[in-house]
Write a protein of this length. Structure first.
Length: 692
């Protein structure tokens, strides 16, 4: 039996006395109608160019802490896959090795969708993308998804948009404690702890989480540990204008790499899908991040913010294990370190009868990257790739409030990106003296190739929001964005590899009727020039990172809705229709479904009981290696059904859930007719305590 299940009675006893006091208040709250935060009042911080959802000239989705709690989502990736226009690409059914596709980027989403955590990039310098397993759900206060925005303020990689994750913060004189225990299928144990509070001008918080699961696949286990803390100082007296903080996070995990299964095994049944041909391929990660910042609110003179972060990440792994070779001769390592600095100034000013906003900012990033393959010192086998990145940018934003109903936003960015990537092999050189004498140098790392590049990039944005009537708002925007090749791409690149550039135009409507009804719909078109991809040269057949010779175009429709149908029933739905095409070629971009949709219903069945059901539909996609849409069988569409029961127990809440209720066999990814099976029907139970 799961260890977390065995611990539930003890935790229940410990908290029994705490449950009695707030019972009356909790019972009254349970009888209240289901409510959601009103989206137009939520402040959007991701691009830092906008105000509320209502005044953002892009498609926006917001998940509040209450949304996250009620969703019964098991991971960050699972939660994000429920937003309009976002699609999950998962290898093993957990947050490890998972990417979130936005607006049809396909396999390049790791570098074209920017994930931010409290203003710090989670995306790495290489192709590993953003490791969502480093951010447990219990640590999150809010998630903002801004489709099509962020290129001016964040720069490189904000092509399809930005996902901004805001974690919980402590507040002085307000103590909070929450404990959550979970257990489920595949021997899943999940424990989460949060404590926050403070005294006087000082606030503290501490988050800890532990996840252990065997996973759906054999050798698909994940053991993850997270600790994060912050100390924050709110200025008092003569320092009332200051706000300073220091936070740190530490993530460690160990995981299996079961690899894909072929088409025959995928179709053969559950046992074959759960199997693996790589029972000894493993990996482990350690990720440490320090962030410090200070803000100065200078009243009429504006607000100044400085933030610096340092990230140190190491990933060891073995792929293609052979029992005939010593383990240390097969182990590969990726080690990266990154320093980010950001300085931001914001100033409100009066002109032409209105209050407008000016923003100025600069940022710098310095990073180092090392990838060691086939051990460290194996003669004629070990290889290392050493890279350096330095990026600098400056931007300006302007918001003009023409009147109470009409706002214009504009922004410009200049960016400089320099990189160096060198490949070295652990080898030696030998010369022949008079036969049979051979003289060799000692084994050392010898340069094999090197690539140095510097590029200048620009981004811009122009947007407008217009409240036509009190309940209806229209928006439109045009954005220019860019992406530079990352270090993995430079290590195996065509000689003419260069940055990609593009533009996105979009327009939409938002309708709100009090707190009972919210509707939004938008259309967009994204066109990229020189989009970067990994593929074969038609002439030589050699696969390298290169630029598409033809432009790519993605256009589509996105919609979202929330309706409080009755005091006890709430309905949510969203969807997207996307046409992802290579311009001039009759082919869709691989791994991009043309249709995605989500629906959710919540029913308050009793004073303390809520039932919910969710549907997720993903349409047909083409194989990841099928750029002509004719060489491999496409991945079939799938519909996933989830259900959950929540029961209020005073200061506690019990959640019982079943995922993939219909036991659908499906894969989000496929390469050359090999697939990564996702979890089939599985169940979980969670018990959550919150004090006060």
């Amino acid at each position: 039996m799961s260890r977390a299940v065995l611990r539930l009675p003890r935790f229940a006893a410990c908290f029994a006395s705490a449950l009695c006091a707030p019972w009356a208040c909790a019972q009254a709250a349970d009888q209240a109608p289901i409510r959601a935060d009103t989206a137009p009042e939520v402040i959007v911080t991701a691009p830092r160019l906008y105000g509320t959802v209502r005044t953002t000239p892009h498609g926006v989705s917001v998940f509040t802490a209450d949304d996250i709690r009620r969703s019964a989502a098991t991971s960050v990736a699972d939660l994000l896959s429920r937003a309009a226009g976002l699609n999950l690409h998962s290898y093993f059914g957990n947050d490890k090795s998972t990417r979130i596709d936005m607006r049809g980027m396909g396999d390049t989403a790791t570098s074209n969708v920017l994930i931010m955590v409290d203003g710090v990039r989670l995306n790495e310098l290489d192709l590993s993308g953003a490791d969502l397993s480093t951010v447990p759900l219990s640590q999150i206060e809010r998630i903002e998804v801004v489709r099509g925005g962020g290129a001016v303020v964040h720069g490189d990689g904000a092509v399809a948009g930005v996902v901004n994750i805001i974690t919980r913060r402590g507040q002085p004189e307000h103590a909070r404690l929450s404990v959550e225990l979970g257990a489920g299928s595949y021997k899943m144990d999940d424990m989460r702890f949060h404590a926050s509070g403070g005294s006087g001008p000082v606030a503290l918080f501490l988050n800890m989480s532990q996840l252990d699961t065997e996973g759906f696949r054999r050798n698909g286990d994940l053991r993850s540990r997270n600790v994060a803390g912050e100390v924050r100082f709110f200025g008092a007296g003569e320092l009332h204008f200051l706000d300073a903080y220091l936070r740190a996070s530490h993530h460690k995990d160990v995981y299996g790499l079961p690899g894909p299964v072929n088409a025959a095994n995928f179709a053969a049944g559950t046992d074959a899908r759960r199997g693996t041909n790589a029972p000894n391929d493993r990996g482990q990660t350690e990720d440490i991040t320090w962030t410090a910042g200070v803000g100065a609110n200078m009243g009429w003179a504006g607000r100044l913010e400085l933030q610096g972060s340092y990230r140190d990440r190491r990933n060891d792994f073995v792929i293609g294990f052979s029992p005939l070779i010593a383990l240390d001769r097969q182990r590969s390592t990726i080690a990266s370190k990154r320093l980010d600095l950001q300085l931001r100034y914001d100033k409100d000013f009066r002109a032409f009868g209105g209050v407008h906003s000016l923003g100025l900012g600069i940022n710098e990033q310095d990073g180092t990257y090392a990838r060691y393959s086939n051990g460290r010192y194996v003669p004629d086998q070990s290889e290392q790739r050493l890279g350096e990145v330095r990026a600098q940018g400056a931007f300006a934003t302007l918001k003009l409030r023409i009147n109470a109903d009409l706002e214009l936003t504009a922004g410009l960015r200049e960016n400089r990106f320099s990189s160096r990537m060198a490949t070295e092999r652990f080898t030696r050189s030998c010369v022949f003296m008079p036969f049979p004498i051979r003289v060799c140098t000692p084994y050392v790392y010898t340069p094999q190739s090197q690539r140095i590049a510097t590029w200048e990039n620009q981004a811009s944005e122009l947007g407008v929001t217009w409240r036509i009537v009190p309940r209806l708002t229209a928006y439109a925007s045009a954005t220019r964005h860019f992406r530079n090749p990352n270090l993995d791409e430079l290590a195996q690149a065509a000689v003419d590899l260069r940055p990609q550039s593009g533009r996105t135009t979009e327009a939409g409507l938002r309708y709100t009727r009090g707190r009972d009804l919210e509707l939004s719909a938008g259309v967009f078109e994204m066109r990229n020039e020189s989009e970067i991809y990994f593929g074969a040269d038609p002439a030589s057949g050699l696969s390298l990172n290169r630029n598409y010779e033809l432009p790519t175009r993605r256009k589509g429709v996105e919609f979202e809705g929330r309706w409080q149908a009755t005091t006890t029933i709430m309905l949510r739905a969203n969807g997207a229709i996307i046409e992802p095409r290579f311009v001039g070629v009759d082919a869709d971009i691989p791994h991009v479904p043309r249709h995605t949709a989500n629906a959710r219903i919540e029913w308050r069945a009793g004073e303390r009981t809520t039932l919910s059901g969710a549907l997720r539909h993903v349409g047909k996609r083409f194989d990841g290696n099928d750029f002509t849409n004719r060489t491999q069988p496409p991945l079939p569409r799938y519909l996933i059904v989830d259900a959950a029961l929540r029961v209020g127990l005073g200061a506690a809440e019990l959640v019982l859930g079943i995922n993939n209720l219909t036991n659908r066999a499906y894969s989000t990814l496929g390469y050359s007719a090999t697939y990564y099976p996702m979890p089939e029907r599985n169940a979980f139970v969670r018990l959550r305590f919150v004090l006060p």
